[in-house]
Design a protein around this ligand. Structure first.
Ligand code: SAH
Ligand code: SF4
Length: 348
């Protein structure tokens, strides 16, 4: 069985035409799946019954089994573990904040990069997600919100995995979520977070999409960065920044630099000054993320005054900065943590 959500509108049209159907059926089927969030062909009432039966023999729609959702009502965070058809599991988080409804999605099962401070990185890499598997995470919460008369307003690709190591599937999912026949989520409502895969940044600049780009920098010096982010050996900071400039030039979008603050590792005033030096004069914004502890990770969150001092050093040098305390800490909604916890529970 194939996953219907893996297909673009053009691919769907081609397939339906090959079945002897008129081209306009593509829009009908796509709208049922992506706009009305239907999961069963039998509900597609404007299609002939025979076609519904034929399609249901060939396709599944958004096939994933949700486990229990973990909720932090006070924070407005909700997390679900979705089990895919091959038994692999991914995590997806919904964050409710004022009038925003942001879904944080995964692009891979695990992650091959292996950042020292990341629970996902520590558990290794299993496989890439397909376009449909990436998108179904958004549709899962879209359906849930719809029942409450609400909708998904933003999508961040900050769950498990490195989006630019699964580039084609990621872009296909974003384009389908962006499509006017479906959720019609504007490109500016997506944020793609990358650890700094230079070819991916350059390719994204050519897509003609106004997506927000976030780059996980974590250090102003190459040697320190290489200790924290193994992939950094291949892509020096200067190359990452040059690629980011290219993205700014092509899209006119401000780039966000993410910086996980690790106590005694990368949180010194000297590091802040060096970071400010790198970003001065760029269309940039810094997101400081005080380390979110998880079992087995050998780091500590810096004390508040240290976080504030780092922030002040940046502000003083004219760099825009916000401190983002990871949400969902109480429901283990930090990057990769739910799955890591479950793996721990099953192996221990
Ligand atoms: N692979 C991509 C996107 C997923 S990670 C990337 O690295 O950018 C999303 C963000 O969560 C990254 O900025 C990452 O550095 C951060 N992160 C990972 N582990 C964390 C932890 N333990 N505490 C705080 N932030 C963490
Ligand atoms: Fe992968 Fe991002 Fe985690 Fe690094 S921080 S291991 S790139 S998911």
């Amino acid at each position: 069985m194939r996953e219907l959500l893996d297909l673009t509108p053009a691919e769907l049209r081609e397939h339906l035409v090959s079945m002897g159907e008129p081209p306009y059926r593509a829009r009908q089927v796509f709208e049922w799946a992506w706009k009305h969030l239907v999961r069963d062909f039998s509900a597609m009432t404007n299609l002939p019954v025979s076609l519904r039966e034929q399609l249901s023999r060939e396709f599944v729609i958004g096939a994933a089994t949700p486990g229990a959702t973990l909720m932090d009502a006070e924070e407005g965070t909700e997390k679900v573990l979705l089990t895919l058809r091959d038994g692999e599991a991914i995590e997806t988080v919904l964050m409710r904040e004022d009038d925003r409804r942001t879904v944080c999605i995964s692009t891979q099962v695990g992650c091959p990069i292996g950042c020292a401070f990341c629970a996902t990185g520590r558990t290794g890499f299993r496989r890439d997600l397909s376009p449909g598997e990436i998108a179904l995470q958004v549709l899962f919460f879209a359906a849930k919100l719809k029942a409450e008369g609400q909708r998904v307003t933003h999508v961040v690709l900050m769950g498990m995995g490195e989006p630019f190591l699964n580039y084609d599937a990621t872009l296909k999912a974003i384009r389908n979520l962006n499509h006017p026949w479906g959720l019609n989520l504007g490109a500016r409502r997506f944020t793609v977070s990358t650890v700094g895969i230079v070819p991916g940044i350059l390719r994204l600049a050519e897509e003609g999409l106004q997506l927000n780009l976030a780059i996980s920098l974590h250090a102003p010096w190459d040697d320190l960065r290489a200790e924290l982010v193994p992939a950094a050996r291949k892509y020096p900071i200067a190359d990452v920044l040059a690629a980011a400039e290219e993205y700014v030039r092509a899209t006119k979008r401000r780039v966000t630099y993410e910086y996980v603050l690790l106590s005694g590792v990368n949180d010194s005033p000297a590091a802040a000054r060096a970071l400010a030096g790198l970003l001065r004069g760029r269309l940039a914004h810094v997101n400081l993320i005080p380390f979110n502890p998880a079992p087995g990770l050998p780091f500590k969150r810096p004390p508040l005054r240290r976080v504030e001092a780092f922030k002040r050093e940046l502000l003083r040098r004219g760099i825009d900065v916000t401190v983002r305390y990871s949400r969902g800490v109480r429901i283990q909604a930090g990057c990769g943590q739910l799955r890591a916890a479950r793996l721990g529970a099953t192996s221990g």
